[in-house]
Design a protein. Structure first.
Length: 202
């Protein structure tokens, strides 16, 4: 998918309308074949998630469910633009009796404030990931944390044509993280990172 029909100018349309049920099964299979990695990301959610949580680009909802099961979490907002993903996560949440704790949305108002933001395997799919970091920063309360990862690489043989790999955008992304977030140590040997919000002086 994406080799012929992906266009950065219409990325949102691609992920909301062209990504269908087959991709849902591919995500599920990837979670099953990457149990160690996924397990460690779930441990990170358990370690750091609290209060009101945003799972941005939540996919099949595994991390939304993990956050909702944490006693220190009050509410989880699952945000994904794909209606098939939304329907699948709604079903999973209902089956687990978590409907009162999880809200499913396709967009987030900047008036919201969160204690925790989760963003897995999303940033490399955005045309401007640095701007998304700045949006996250605005959505975070002063003591909030964000758990995220990224993979700015198209693959050795263009396996991931929908991944951003522009060197200038990657550099800007890393500089944005350094300026607005402070990394929080975790013991897991994975690419996922946890950051707390930096409050810059006026």
């Amino acid at each position: 998918m994406g080799h012929r029909d992906f266009d950065w100018e219409n990325a949102s349309l691609f992920y909301s309308e062209k990504v269908g049920e087959i991709y849902l099964f591919e995500l599920g299979a990837w979670h099953l074949t990457s149990q160690d990695y996924i397990g460690n990301t779930l441990r990170m959610v358990s370690d750091h998630a609290r209060g009101k949580v945003l799972d941005f680009g939540g996919g099949i909802g595994t991390h939304t469910i993990a956050a909702a099961l944490c006693p220190q979490v009050e509410r989880v907002i699952y945000c994904d633009i794909n209606p098939i993903n939304q329907a699948f996560v709604r079903y999973r949440v209902e089956q687990l009796g978590l409907s009162d704790k999880v809200k499913i949305q396709s967009e987030i108002s900047l008036e919201n404030q969160f204690d925790t933001i989760i963003c897995f395997d999303v940033l490399e799919h955005l045309p401007d990931p640095s701007q998304q970091l700045l949006t996250f920063h605005k959505l975070m309360r002063d003591e909030a944390k964000i758990i995220l990862n990224w993979y700015f690489f198209k693959g050795e043989n263009q396996e991931y044509p929908f991944h951003l790999d522009d060197p200038e955008k990657i550099e800007l992304f890393l500089r944005t993280i350094q300026r607005h977030f402070l990394e929080v140590f975790h013991p897991y040997l994975i690419t996922t990172r946890c950051y707390q919000k930096l409050i810059l002086p006026n």
